[in-house]
Design a binder for this molecule. Structure first.
Ligand code: WAQ
Ligand code: MG
Length: 664
């Protein structure tokens, strides 16, 4: 069967070139194919020329020529192996060792030559002993061409579309079959392809994981020759003219004993960050230069802060800090063990007793954070045969706790007790739990506890209420959701909460019946496997409870401030329902929320813009959080500026282009 050699060469005029210069080579490739495959392969190579990462060509040459069947040589592929290495330096050392093995006396000098030569289209043909250049055209080098894998070779195409190995293995087989050839070394000029190889007739094809730094466009090839000068012409003629088909090219051997991550094993991180930026969801961490307070400093600027969970101003309270210091002095900075091993100190038990007493529960159990509390409690309560009914606007820690439990999770529409009732009728299970935020963290509304208790009672559901934003905030004396509703009879079964918001400290807790705490000590994995909460926050929380227990003044001031701020907003035409310390100012579009927050900042006011994934897409908002120690004048000003900021942001922004909000 006649065969054709198809060769592609893509090039462009050098930028700023003066006349007479050679065009810049972009890419080249070739195949040897049966006549019927010529059109398809020619198209394929043209596509490849047009899509090369080095850029668009000015001209693409495709040549198709019939081969002299009698001259066609079939040779076996070289056996292939792969050497892993951590970086190019290590790789070049491996290459030098291989060249020496192939009989090259000064391999380091060969590598120097390769690294310092100007870019060539072809390879340098170099005397293996004297390093003299032997090829007739030193600007171009010698090209190995008219070669391909034999048809029927089973080598699959590279998954990334890069055919480097396949082509290199063919080329190396031909080079090593050339007369008087000792060895070859090759570094790709593809900036993304750091793997190179050394090959030799006795050596085989040895892939070296890294022969250059990623991003470097420098590549090159050296063919090492040992023979009479008169035979150089024959070798060049073989390399350039003799048609060769290489049989049974083996699949690329992997770099198995790889140590350390390959340089781009974390490439997905950059990609995902780019997507996050493009969707306007990129987040920074600002540094606050003072403890939480009504006024704070950030990046050298004084700001009025309406964004802190330190609702009662206890985080920097003198007595709270002093108690933390005292606890630290008495018991040290860290506890050094889980509560079940060596981490339980006298203060832990005291705090649990005081918390229970303050809230009217039988007992409490302290966790290392509010998040750890919910992801510990829910999987302890429920497993795969169970059902958890969860409010659609519950906090992420509840959502994660539900998922981790493996229970069937039935999300009911926000605060919709009729819906909960019908869902509870349908979804049966071994144990059934309903869990809700007491105060919803992004909307600031209060769970319909009387309704929830009624539905739960009807269906025998275990009730869990998260009081993170309720303790110290709602109820006349800050005792939380039961006090808020004036509930006297039986309340929810279990409460969770946080020590790091109104109590100004750190950590989380569960409270409820004593037997439940005893059981959780065995069951809640975030409790069992966390180091015990350190004593400074435990001491701080105890002092905060003391202050709260002494009188409801702070709580009252917080509630008055929240009412005042809402009234101011309404005066400026901004809807501000609710009664808790959290006031959402709805923006909808993420960009409106961000622009409004920026406007507020320019006026010296910090109110957080909240957006996906914290809230649903297109439900972005400014979330104002009130404090007991906010001054009335400041709140009045903040309300006025916030109202203006939202109106402006809405009018200035063009409607969002369709599709730009999609990002997963
Ligand atoms: N003949 C001689 N030299 C050539 C040829 C050729 N046909 N093609 C390229 N060169 C020279 C030229 O100087 C290039 O700068 C240099 O080789 C590198 O060429 O196991 O992609 O085409 O996975 O960038 C190695 C694969 C891939 C290793 C090598 O070379 C593996 C590669 P590139
Ligand atoms: Mg190439």
């Amino acid at each position: 069967m006649p065969l054709y050699s198809i060769r592609m060469r893509a090039s462009r005029a050098r930028p700023g070139a003066c006349g007479g210069e050679r065009p810049e080579h972009i890419s080249g490739a070739e195949r040897i194919v049966a006549p019927r495959d010529v059109p398809a392969i020619a198209a394929d190579l043209t596509r490849r020329a047009l899509g090369h990462p080095k850029g668009q060509p000015d001209s693409i040459h495709i040549s198709v020529e019939a081969l002299d069947e009698n001259a066609l040589l079939r040779i076996p592929a070289l056996p292939a192996r792969a050497l892993p290495c951590a970086d190019a330096e290590a790789g070049l050392r491996l290459a030098a060792g291989l060249l020496r093995e192939a009989g090259v006396p000064e391999p380091e000098a060969v590598i120097d030559l390769l690294l310092n030569a100007p870019p060539l289209r072809g390879a340098m043909l170099v005397d293996a002993d004297t390093l003299e250049r032997l090829e007739p055209d030193r600007e171009r080098g010698v090209r190995a061409t008219r070669m391909d894998m034999a048809p029927g070779s089973a080598l699959p195409a590279a998954a990334d579309g890069k055919q480097h190995y396949r082509e290199a293995a063919v080329l190396a087989a031909k080079v090593c079959a050339a007369p008087h050839m000792v060895a070859e070394i090759c570094i790709s000029d593809d900036p993304d392809y750091v793997t190179g190889y050394v090959a030799g007739p006795g050596l085989g094809y040895v892939r070296i994981q890294r022969l250059k730094a990623a991003g470097s466009p420098r590549g090159g090839r050296i063919f090492l020759y040992r023979g009479p000068r008169e035979a150089v012409a024959d070798t060049v003629a073989f390399l350039e003219g003799r048609p060769v088909l290489v049989e049974a090219v083996p699949p690329p051997p992997p770099f198995t004993e790889e140590r350390g991550p390959s340089p781009d094993s974390l490439a997905f991180v950059e990609e995902e960050l780019a997507g996050i930026r493009a969707a306007g969801l990129y987040r920074r961490m600002e540094v606050w230069e003072r403890p939480p307070g009504p006024r704070v400093r950030q990046a050298g600027r004084e700001l009025l802060l309406l964004a802190s969970g330190d609702y009662l101003g206890l985080a920097a309270d003198q007595r709270v800090k002093a108690a933390a210091v005292e606890a630290l002095e008495a018991f040290g900075a860290g506890t050094g063990g889980s509560r079940l091993t060596t981490g339980t100190l006298p203060l832990h038990g005291r705090l649990e007793a005081e918390l229970a007493a303050f809230t009217g529960s039988e007992a409490a159990l302290v966790f290392s954070s509010g998040y750890a509390t919910n992801v510990g409690l829910l999987p302890a309560l429920c497993g795969k045969d169970d059902v958890i009914f969860s409010d659609a606007l519950n906090h992420a820690s509840i959502i994660d706790g539900c998922r981790l439990s493996g229970a069937r999770v039935v999300v009911y529409p926000h605060n919709d007790m009729a819906a909960l009732d019908s869902l509870a009728r349908v979804h049966q299970g071994r144990r059934r739990v309903v869990v809700s935020d007491a105060v919803f963290s992004m909307d600031g509304d209060v769970a319909d506890l009387p309704g929830l208790l009624e539905v739960a009672g009807r269906h025998g559901l275990v009730t869990v209420l998260d009081e993170a934003h309720a303790l110290g905030v709602i109820g006349r004396r800050g005792r939380g959701i039961c006090e808020h509703f004036g509930l006297t009879g039986r309340g929810p079964d279990i409460f969770t909460g946080s020590l790091s918001k109104a109590l100004g400290a750190d950590g989380g807790y569960v409270r409820g019946p004593a037997r439940l705490m005893e059981w959780l000590r065995h069951k809640a994995r975030s409790f069992v496997f966390s180091t015990a909460l350190s004593v400074a926050p435990v001491g701080a929380a105890l002092a905060a409870l003391d202050i709260l227990g002494a009188g409801p003044e702070r709580v009252a001031r917080l509630q008055e401030n929240a009412a005042f701020f809402r009234a101011c907003l309404r005066e400026h035409g901004v809807e501000a329902p609710g009664e808790t310390a959290i006031v959402p100012l709805m923006a909808g579009d993420e960009r409106v929320a961000i622009a409004a927050a920026e406007h507020l900042r320019a006026a010296g006011i910090h109110i957080s813009a909240i957006r996906y994934p914290t809230v649903a897409r297109a439900a972005a908002r400014l979330r104002a959080a009130l404090r007991a120690d906010h001054a009335r004048a400041d709140l009045a000003r903040a309300a006025a500026v916030a109202a203006r900021a939202l109106t402006r942001a809405r009018t200035i922004l063009p409607p969002q282009a369709p599709g730009t909000r999609r990002h997963c």
